[in-house]
Ligand binder design. Sequence first.
Ligand SMILES: Cc1cc2nc3c(=O)[nH]c(=O)nc-3n(C[C@H](O)[C@H](O)[C@H](O)COP(=O)(O)OP(=O)(O)OC[C@H]3O[C@@H](n4cnc5c(N)ncnc54)[C@H](O)[C@@H]3O)c2cc1C
Length: 369
Amino acid sequence: MPNPRGRDHAQPVLTIVGLGAAGASLAWRLLDAGVPFEVVEVPAGAPERSPERTWSTWGPDGPGPFGPLVSASWPRIRVVGRDGGVVTADLGSWRYRSLHSTVLDRAVRRRLERAGVAVHERVLTGPPPAPAVDTRPVPVPATGRTLLRQHFLGYRLRTARPVFDVRTATLMDFRTPQPAGGVAFGYVLPTSPTEALVEYTEFSEHLLTPAQYAEKLGEYLQRSGIGAHEVLSTETGVIPMTDAVFPASGLPGVLRWGAGAGSVRPSTGYSFSTLQRQADALAAQLPGPLTLPPPHRRRHLLMDSVVLQGLADGRLGDGFFVNLFRRNPVHRVLGFLDGTTTPAQDLALMATAPRAAMLAAVAARALPR
Ligand SMILES: Cc1cc2nc3c(=O)[nH]c(=O)nc-3n(C[C@H](O)[C@H](O)[C@H](O)COP(=O)(O)OP(=O)(O)OC[C@H]3O[C@@H](n4cnc5c(N)ncnc54)[C@H](O)[C@@H]3O)c2cc1C
């Protein structure tokens, strides 16, 4: 068939299904490497399309090749205890960074267009044509011991007077009512003295109603004393936090990847930097057959499983997170949460965790479900 663009394109060696965090990350590398591929993505506005979101990561650079697309970064983070005690940590050469999904989407689509890569706008219902990397979301398998959800409502807001410290990201502020079986906290990413993304987040089993999220976020904003403000936009999300194992596609030549393949770290709900590591490894395997690099180390999954259990049964709560940051160098904690710590660093970190609660959670894990 003649090429409608009149350009000579090689036959695609791969179909990427989904152009979210995973799909866009792989597409970016394949464009760099000149590997021919095609994309299938849901048309804008269709209910299957993943909603816009802000991806945060941390580290010395990146995330992956997307450093230039980062919309905001912070050299300091803080965690606030229920009693108002503050742990502030200077990140040195590291940064906490945010990248908005619309920015990545625009950038990758521009590159795809320029390279003449076909983006088929449709809702794929069956299996993709092999070879393919399928990043469509899947239901959470019921095989885990613990399933919590990280669920939140966030407002991008503008205040009437300058109230935010633009150098500091508040990762967890526990001055919110705490749910039974889980934790709740405020999360604040300021982008100017008068603008910030402020979220009310829970790690817990049950979702709230829209009115309950609004009420809890409203309470947190009032308690924060930011005063008069207008809401510019909202962000909501539900991220499963589970120790379940996500099954492979089971189809020859079809690699399932992304949140639907266990890339989300169970104890944090984060996956963006893991996806960058996996995208590098996958791109390096092409044009050969693809094998999914394990998203997380086994010992980290084991530790996460214990933490999830402890959160779910109420043995671990806000104090666990505050002490983690209070009793450890910040790079050790962030490294652990990102899966980059060594066994020695993990041991040092665990030595600062409340021993009785952790042992009880380990014991509970050992019991039959
Ligand atoms: C609101 C929210 C905020 C998050 N924030 C962070 C964060 O700050 N840091 C972090 O590390 N992680 C974060 N996560 C977790 C995780 O990184 C994201 O969920 C990430 O987007 C997962 O990437 P993915 O490619 O697997 O899925 P998605 O990004 O959801 O991509 C899946 C793609 O498949 C497409 N698709 C779906 N169905 C079909 C179909 N039938 N046919 C074709 N295409 C289809 C979708 O439109 C989408 O583009 C967040 C998650 C949520 C929900």
